[in-house]
Ligand binder design. Structure first.
Ligand SMILES: Cc1cc2nc3c(=O)[nH]c(=O)nc-3n(C[C@H](O)[C@H](O)[C@H](O)COP(=O)(O)OP(=O)(O)OC[C@H]3O[C@@H](n4cnc5c(N)ncnc54)[C@H](O)[C@@H]3O)c2cc1C
Length: 576
């Protein structure tokens, strides 16, 4: 059955009917959650559950609706704006020329009006701090900007970059720059996090007041958030149903997989006209986001810079590993996955291009022919799914769980155990290997992300939000929606989660997904000489002397007892 279209959103943000209004001055929305005292020590602001209810029953406007309303209410004004002397594209997490919706629109407008196109990037240390962006990701973005500047330069398009310390100042600054350059048209792609949507809404109004045409574009998802709904007109909370609807939508609307052309060269003498904007210095990483020289060169080797690399990796992966993906993707030592997530996160690669390319090599099918390609397409769809979820249930971006009762679970805050988990010293070899892989590569295999998130939240019963934060602070592919979604799955507190009573046994997971211990031996040198099955549980399987000799820690918890404790704690909160 084809999906019904949701009423509150569309591929174009303009022309919608808003039905919600913010009820201002509601103290219930600011009341702290009973667990807030404990979480605030870890920078986790936790409000009571009324906020979720307010979004769910429509008495609190969603940030996407705030943006839609701003676009709707300024639409008439926008129509009256005449072309200026330039068109601006504001790059954010869309650092590519290929298949970039807003950039393409910007170039079209520039060409129609014989205007030069100017590209803009603003680094905001406050934004990086708020999103806990890892130094590895900051470095990748800055490297990508350098590459982008070169590519744009070949088209005579300048890339102006600067740092704005205060995130609140950004909308005003963007308008100022447009005015300085005589630009009457501004383009940008929408970011779906709560603060970003609200900022975008503010900018839409500010631009309209200042005679600048700005209506941001949907770009980062293959299918725009808000377009898929169940027969009852609701947002799906279960991936399987949502994915069916996603596939049906793309079959009905194949244009959603059409990639946008790259911009062409600027007309006339753009170099002469905007000479001071060419050769702009790429911003420095803020102090607390800097890498050592050794880390820089390590990450650059692991994740070479830019969209050309991303597109090559995509083609190579599909050609060499795509068919074997379904069979091999869970074997953690096999390196059967694409490792494209850093490029999706920095925007060097669009999800649309990824799915369109996979469809092409899969004889033009999304859900037939080769199982490897089909599964890979469905994995890329998970990325869309979690963004749809965040847009519809914005409280998920406010430290809340999908179901309010899950926010009531009583978590532990044992610092020593948390540190052992971070350091890869829990005494559970697969968990430790994974945490050390992340420390070295700023990346972790999906299977082990599931294992370590389950271990933190169930075996250690530590607040999953601390793990979520630690991942963001360390992953090169940190992406709020996917990370939150993954942690919601592992801790059984999110949408479509692992049921709370199904608790991964880290030793069993190790036997299944690293059967010969190759991954463990690679990342845990203390266990390299351990033979056979003992690699999964050295202290209980006759390799205690070797493990001890090399300083490998004993397990910090007993899985069976921890499991019982977790079940009891979940049941108590869920009143089972
Ligand atoms: C606890 C936890 C935290 C996670 N945090 C992040 C994160 O911060 N950023 C991030 O991009 N992914 C995150 N994921 C999802 C997934 O682990 C990574 O996307 C994947 O491991 C990246 O490797 P790859 O590019 O080789 O993936 P492939 O297997 O090649 O998949 C291709 C692409 O599909 C997408 N994808 C695959 N699996 C998922 C998934 N489960 N959820 C969402 N998208 C998916 C990614 O964009 C990925 O690059 C998390 C998963 C868990 C369980």
């Amino acid at each position: 059955m084809p999906p019904k279209k949701r009423k509150t959103s569309d591929a174009s943000i303009e022309g919608q009917n808003g039905t919600y209004a913010i009820k201002k001055g509601r103290p219930d929305l600011h009341r702290p959650h009973p667990n807030a005292k404990q979480t605030e020590d870890f920078g986790i602001v936790l409000r009571d559950n009324e906020r979720c209810e307010a979004y769910n029953n429509g008495t609190l406007e969603r940030p996407i609706e705030t943006l839609e309303k701003a676009c709707r209410e300024t639409a008439q004004k926008r129509q009256s704006i005449t072309p200026g002397n330039a068109v601006v594209h504001w790059f954010k997490r869309d650092l590519r020329l290929h298949d970039n919706r807003a950039l393409h629109l910007a170039y079209q407008t520039a060409r129609e009006n014989q205007n030069p196109l100017i590209a803009l990037y603003i680094q905001s240390p406050q934004d990086l701090a708020a999103h806990i962006t890892s130094p590895a990701q900051v470095d990748l973005s800055l490297r990508t900007l350098r590459q982008l500047q070169r590519d744009l330069g070949e088209l005579d398009i300048p890339l102006y970059m600067e740092t704005q310390e205060t995130r609140k100042a950004i909308p005003r600054r963007v308008v100022e720059l447009c005015q300085q350059w005589g630009a009457k048209h501004l383009y940008a792609n929408i970011e779906y996090e709560v603060d970003e949507l609200r900022r975008e809404a503010k900018l839409v109004r500010l631009c309209a007041e200042n005679d600048i045409h700005f209506a941001p574009s949907h770009d980062t998802c293959v299918v725009t958030p808000g377009l898929l709904a169940s027969q009852q007109g609701r947002q799906y909370a279960v991936f399987t149903w949502w994915f069916r609807s996603w596939l049906a939508f793309l079959k009905e609307n194949p244009d959603y997989l059409e990639v946008s052309e790259e911009p062409g060269s600027n007309p006339g003498d753009a170099r002469g006209q905007f000479a001071n904007l060419f050769n702009c210095a790429v911003p420095e990483a803020p102090r607390n986001k800097q890498l050592s020289d050794e880390e820089k060169s390590r990450f650059e080797k692991l994740y070479p810079t830019g969209e050309h690399e991303a597109l090559q990796r995509l083609e190579k992966f599909l050609e060499e590993k795509g068919r074997g993906y379904e069979a091999g993707r869970n074997i953690v030592a096999k390196e059967q996955t694409s490792v494209l997530s850093p490029y999706f996160a920095s925007g060097a690669l669009s999800a649309r291009t990824a799915v369109a390319t996979a469809k092409r090599v899969n004889k033009n099918h999304l859900d037939r022919y080769d199982q490897g390609y089909m599964t890979w397409i469905s994995e890329v769809a998970w990325r869309d799914f979690y963004k749809h979820v965040l847009v519809h249930w914005p409280f998920m971006g406010m430290n809340k769980c999908f179901k309010p009762e899950h926010t009531d679970i009583e978590w532990e805050y044992d610092e020593e155990q948390f540190q052992a988990w971070c350091d890869g010293k829990t005494g559970f070899p697969l968990v430790d290997a994974a945490m050390r892989q992340m420390r070295h590569m700023a990346w972790m295999h999906n299977r082990t992300r599931m294992v370590v998130s389950s271990f933190l939240s169930k075996d250690l019963l530590l607040d999953w939000r601390r793990g979520e934060q630690y991942f963001m602070a360390n992953l090169i592919d940190g992406d709020f929606a996917s990370n939150h979604g993954g942690w919601g799955f592992g801790s059984s507190t999110g949408v479509d989660p692992q049921p709370y009573f199904r608790i991964f046994n880290p030793i069993r997971q190790s036997e299944r997904f690293d059967p010969d211990g190759q991954y463990i031996r690679r990342w845990v040198p203390e266990l390299r000489s351990v033979q056979g099955n003992a690699i999964h549980d050295p202290y209980d399987r006759g390799a205690a002397a070797t493990a001890e000799k090399h300083g490998y820690p004993r397990p910090i918890v007993q899985h069976a007892a921890s499991r019982d404790r977790a079940l009891e704690r979940f049941k108590r909160a869920l009143k089972k």
